[in-house]
Design a protein around this ligand. Structure first.
Ligand SMILES: [Mn+2]
Length: 321
């Protein structure tokens, strides 16, 4: 059994690295810290954790997340016995962490993205799972690992955030069963919700309202998109964190079939975040080197915001809405 193999590899590894993806979300951070705690509790081993971009302020409450090292703080010539990637659909999502992954004696890939091509030595890829945190919880249960409160907090955050508070189509019975078990172990759902969602500053809320206000509605309002420029964030004195939930807000409009947000990047390129109620947006983002899930996906484009919007619209319009 694959889980027993995982158990053996962890047991035999002296130094372990757990990696999270670029622009970390609640699931990759919850999965990373959950795995850290599981290994600490069940094997009495402290792993290294890797972060490759800024840790969002609101996730600093996740147990042990502050122990994670930024990529600059890790010796890239280091050969780990084991590197565990969590929520990493494709290897370039860990940026320079790739160097450490490629050098490692053993590699494990735990994920729930359908586009994940099982690139590691040992792969736990469950495309129907709500979150990587759900996959990790299932592994821990299968192996009868002890799941303490800190682990439960971490993995609850992953399930909560990746299901959009148990609202998205990936809210499986198993995800809710696991969450229910976590609540029984003493997790406070309101506290978790406040940490993950009630964290907007005034500037963030106003910037989001501004971006909704300038949204463009096309094709009988079935397509809606908005743009985010550096100057917008400067005007409202906020960083990119304000945009979380923005694409979902546009999808929430009754007429919407597809919604996307086109965000200007520092290097002049554009980051696209797409949500859909019908067509497969992972496929569209895949055309531009991105990916994700059927109804929630993203990609990064080299072209500027205006050009990127044109390209995305052309792809959307190849589908019947
Ligand atoms: Mn995820």
């Amino acid at each position: 059994m694959e889980v027993l193999h995982l158990n053996d590899i962890i047991k035999s590894s002296k130094n372990i690295l757990i990696t999270s993806h670029v622009n970390p979300d609640g699931d990759t951070l919850g999965s990373m810290c959950g795995m850290y705690e599981l290994i600490k509790t069940n094997f009495k081993k402290k792993s290294d954790m890797l972060i490759v971009s800024k840790l969002p302020d609101k996730y600093t409450f996740i147990p042990n997340v502050k122990l994670a090292k930024h990529i600059e703080e890790i010796d890239k010539s280091r050969e780990y016995d084991l590197v565990i990637n969590v929520d990493i659909a494709a290897i370039d999502r860990i940026c320079d962490g790739k160097i450490l992954f490629e050098k490692a004696k053993h590699t494990v890939n735990i994920d729930h993205h359908k586009t994940n091509n099982s690139y590691a030595e040992l792969n736990f890829v469950e495309g129907d799972a709500s979150s990587t945190s759900e996959v990790i919880y299932a592994i821990a249960k299968d192996l009868n690992w002890e799941i303490n409160r800190d682990t439960a907090v971490c993995l609850y955050v992953g399930i909560l955030t990746d299901t959009g508070s148990f609202r998205f189509s990936n809210t499986t019975p198993r995800a809710m069963e696991f969450a229910a078990e976590m609540l029984k172990s003493g997790i406070n759902p309101q506290e978790m919700f406040q940490h993950c969602y009630e964290t907007y500053t005034k500037g963030m809320a106003l910037c989001q309202a501004y971006c909704v206000d300038k949204a463009v509605f096309l094709d009988d309002d079935k397509i809606v998109y908005t743009t985010v420029y550096k100057k917008d964030m400067e005007k409202f004195n906020t960083d990119e964190e304000f945009a979380e939930g923005l694409t979902e807000r546009l999808r929430a409009i009754t007429s919407t079939c597809v919604a996307f947000v086109a965000k200007e990047m520092k290097n002049g390129g554009c980051k696209i975040s797409m949500r859909s109620k019908s067509i497969d947006v992972a496929e569209i983002c895949g055309i531009f080197g991105g990916g994700g899930h059927k109804f929630a996906a993203g990609c990064t484009m080299k072209s500027n915001v205006e050009e990127s919007v044109k390209k995305i619209l052309a792809e959307i319009r190849k589908h019947e809405l």
